[in-house]
Design a protein around this ligand. Structure first.
Ligand code: HEM
Length: 298
């Protein structure tokens, strides 16, 4: 069919007139690269709080990671959206998750070796109480990947009868927001004030429909999908946390003495994957592999 006829049909179906739209095209400004990707706006989003130049590296790399988290969430939301995922579709999306996570791991050196140590020590004082602990996308990724029971420590039976509000209060990362006297840190209090409703809504939305739930429903998980899921699980829950922790130690730990972090958590213990034991797809791993979780690189 000729293109004009197709356009006529398209707009007729929308009770509109193709001719008017074509005339609009005649007068429209042509597109350019900088407007299409919103370059001017993008380049105004880096606002250092200090006078130190390397703070911009810190901000840009965090923004880069958040954009990658957005790409990952996009895949996970489509898996969630598609109630009857075809195997090919799952393979494509999980392979993208693997690729994105690898990119984050392979570029983390920009943080570990790419900033001047002295400048970092000075500008980091201007950041408190802001912390990566307040990354909502990091939390949404884990909620979309795996069932609630894999994100808590404790007896599953108790959680079954809990409301979403109570469930939220038992997630594993809540302990990073508690001071030794039991008070909530300012970092965690601020995070909850902004995101509590969204987290509760997400807990409700993903119940029974996480990526892990999808693979539970499969009669037989094909070998290539199984391997890809395990790779993603390892990369996201062991390899990235280890490069991140390694960087935190590089900047915050001297002669085995850990400095206070901007998020005020017990970070040396909390951040190690062997302690978090966050595993998205536990049924794909052997008991031995699970008991050694996070210790492979030690
Ligand atoms: C110099 C670089 C970095 C240092 C020293 C650092 C340090 C820390 C520390 C100490 C924590 C624990 C919470 C706290 O007490 O504040 C934390 C958590 C976190 N950081 Fe970083 N971080 C760095 C770079 C990054 C980057 C580039 C990202 C990317 C978004 C990131 C994302 C996170 C996330 C998501 C958490 C929460 C982890 C969890 O709950 O398991 N961090 N970081």
């Amino acid at each position: 069919m000729k293109i004009y006829k197709q356009l006529e049909n398209k707009y007729a179906a929308l009770s509109s007139d193709a001719h008017t739209h074509l005339k609009g095209l005649l007068h429209a400004k042509e597109l350019n690269y900088w407007e299409y990707i919103q370059l001017d706006t993008l380049l105004t989003l880096q606002k250092p709080r200090s006078i130190y130049g390397d703070e911009e590296i810190f901000i840009i790399y965090h923004q880069n990671t958040e954009l990658t988290f957005k790409l990952m969430l996009r895949e996970l939301k489509q898996i969630w959206d598609n109630q009857e995922n075809e195997l090919d579709d799952l393979l494509t999306r999980v392979s993208r998750l693997v690729r994105y996570t690898n990119m984050l791991i392979n570029t983390f050196d920009i943080m570990k070796h790419g900033m001047d140590m002295e400048q970092y020590q000075l500008f980091r004082n201007t950041l408190a109480p802001a912390s990566g602990l307040q990354s909502i996308q990091y939390r949404l990724i884990e909620l979309h990947c795996t069932s609630y029971s894999n994100l808590v420590s404790g007896e599953l039976e108790e959680f079954k009868i809990m409301s979403e509000e109570e469930r939220l209060d038992n997630l594993y990362w809540k302990k990073a927001g508690l001071k030794s006297n039991g008070d909530t840190t300012l970092t965690m209090a601020q995070f909850e004030l902004k995101y509590r409703d969204e987290l509760i809504e997400t807990l409700r939305k993903v119940k029974g429909k996480t990526l892990e739930d999808k693979i539970f429903l499969m009669q037989n998980i094909p070998g290539d999908l199984r391997e890809m899921l395990k790779e993603f699980d390892y990369l996201y829950n062991v390899a990235w946390p280890l490069v991140h922790l390694d960087t935190a130690q590089h900047y915050l730990q001297f002669k085995s003495k850990a400095s206070k972090s901007t998020g005020d958590s017990n970070w040396v213990e909390y951040l190690h994957p062997k302690n978090q034991k966050r595993i998205f797809f536990p049924t794909l791993w052997s008991e031995k592999e699970k008991s050694q979780w996070g210790q492979i690189h030690q």
